[in-house]
Design a protein around this ligand. Structure first.
Ligand SMILES: [Zn+2]
Length: 488
């Protein structure tokens, strides 16, 4: 082991991790890990032992500011705090990028079943949905089992009614059950309104059986959301399905939601400047904003803690990496905007402000799926089969991260606008089995985070980041050299 070639911290950590016999053993000729890989392993091991600020950063963010809705005073205060915290830690070029948004605030709201009998209804307004008239909306429902059923309803057939879609989300490790329900959440209010509906209710995009509504954004169409829209809990949706089988069902919905078209949101940007090629940037991110019902712990204070904690471990090394690591804590990931086709407004603000510099972004990745264990990795296109991939496997396999053969063309909402401009992307995939039990509910709170699993996330991020940042691996060149993926 060429200890002299290691950075001091890595050497120390590596030496401590070896049994005495191994230290005393004579040099072996075969397969000594490179200093690059040894440092990545040392970072990984430090994080696994709880050596990073990942958990602490997550706890601070959720404790000091609670919920951090996009454009709110709480989100702004969290951004200011995060910037100050990162500056105090020793990150460089710390800045706060403000941008204008239309924000949305939940008002007093209430939902109940009024017929055939009066019963409570656990439901919450969707983000961006307009308020009801002051006295609420009370009407008979028309129940649909899917978005396709709603779309097939004749025009005018929902006049004076409340449209309800009760399709259930499927629990999946990779979270892929979410997509079909977000399509209902996004498009449902507009489709129901066109057919005459007064309001729209869906079964929450959630996998729990607790009486919690899962909020989340719906979609603006032509600058507005047509009708009030709510998400009800799974048990309430089951109850409505049973009641509807017996006869007509009536609901009453009240929402005092409001908009502010002149709100400000913020991205927080901080760097570890590279020692040799500082203009080459590795972009890693998470989002600072959250929904209003919980304290945004799994979504996404955890991600902020994971990427900040990983970068901070590298910052502590005696020698900085060759390339720049840039942490961006994005504002306004959760909300849609009236004048944009998508949400992810902080991601757009970042990509627009860095248009020319994106060419020099080596790669991008984000953490926005809670804090449970990372179980697989997608490398950028063309990277599998290279020496870089072998190094990644050496560092990450011992903490349970499988190499996936495929690559992604979309790494998440915040980095999406940068990835669309050609920045290569990786994904460290987290176990999402229980994520949608909590996501966007009042139960998304810090106690739901398992510190050991969060540390495993930091370990994977720190190891991977070092392998990219202290090397000259060129993912754009690898993608060009790679054979075109087989059609399927
Ligand atoms: Zn999120």
């Amino acid at each position: 082991v060429r200890l002299a070639e290691l950075t001091a911290a890595a050497a120390l950590s590596f030496a401590l991790s070896l049994p005495a016999a191994a230290l005393a053993a004579p040099k072996k000729a075969a397969a000594e890990p490179l200093p690059l890989v040894q440092t990545a392993m040392a970072l990984r091991d430090d994080a696994m032992k709880g050596g990073s600020i990942g958990v602490e950063f997550t706890r601070d963010l959720t404790t000091r500011f609670g919920a951090r809705p996009a454009g709110s005073a709480s989100e702004a205060a969290a951004a200011e705090w995060a910037a100050a915290r990162m500056k105090a830690l020793g990150f460089e070029n710390v800045s706060v990028q403000p941008f204008r948004i239309t924000s949305w605030s939940r008002g007093q709201e209430h939902a109940e079943i009024t017929g055939p009998s009066r019963q409570s209804l656990a439901a919450v307004s969707l983000g961006e949905a307009p308020p009801t008239p002051a006295g609420g909306i009370e009407a008979e429902i028309v129940l649909f089992r899917s978005l396709e059923e709603l779309m097939a309803a004749p025009d005018g057939s929902l006049t004076g009614k409340i449209a309800v879609v009760s399709r259930r989300m499927v629990r999946m490790q990779d979270g892929s059950g979410y997509g079909p329900i977000t399509r209902i959440r996004g498009a449902g209010p507009g489709i129901a309104a066109k057919k005459g509906a007064l309001a729209f209710v869906l079964r929450s995009a959630g996998t729990d059986n607790h009486r919690m509504g899962h909020t989340g954004t719906t979609r603006y169409e032509n600058g507005k959301v047509a009708i009030p829209a709510f998400a009800m809990s799974n048990p309430d949706a089951d109850q409505i399905e049973r009641l509807a089988a017996l006869g007509p069902v009536r609901l009453k919905l009240v929402s005092g939601a409001s908009y502010d078209p002149n709100a400000t949101s913020h991205n927080v940007i901080a760097e570890i400047r590279g020692r040799e090629k500082p203009e080459e940037v590795i972009l890693i991110g998470a989002h600072l904003d959250s929904w209003d019902l919980g304290t945004g712990a799994i979504d996404d204070a955890a991600g902020a803690g994971i990427v900040t904690g990983a970068a901070d471990l590298i910052r502590r090394l005696p020698q900085r990496p060759r390339r720049t690591i840039r942490v961006v804590l994005f504002g306004s990931e959760e909300v849609a905007q009236p004048d944009a086709p998508f949400g992810t407004f902080g991601g757009w603000a970042y990509a627009n402000a860095n248009k020319a510099a994106l060419e020099k972004h080596v790669v991008a990745g984000e953490s926005d799926f809670g804090a449970d264990k990372i179980y697989s990795i997608n490398l950028p296109a063309g990277a599998m089969g290279t020496a870089f991939a072998a190094h990644v496997e050496t560092v990450l396999a011992p903490i349970g991260v499988l190499m996936r053969p495929d690559s992604l063309d979309d790494g998440g909402a915040d980095i999406g606008p940068s990835v669309n401009q050609g920045v290569p992307v990786f994904a460290l995939n987290q176990d999402g089995t229980r994520y949608f039990d909590l996501h966007h509910t009042a139960d998304d709170t810090f106690d739901k985070i398992d510190p050991a699993q969060l540390d495993q996330n930091v370990a994977a991020w720190a190891g991977l980041l070092w392998l990219i940042a202290d090397s000259d691996v060129d993912f754009r060149a690898l993608a060009k050299a790679a054979p075109a993926p087989a059609a399927h």
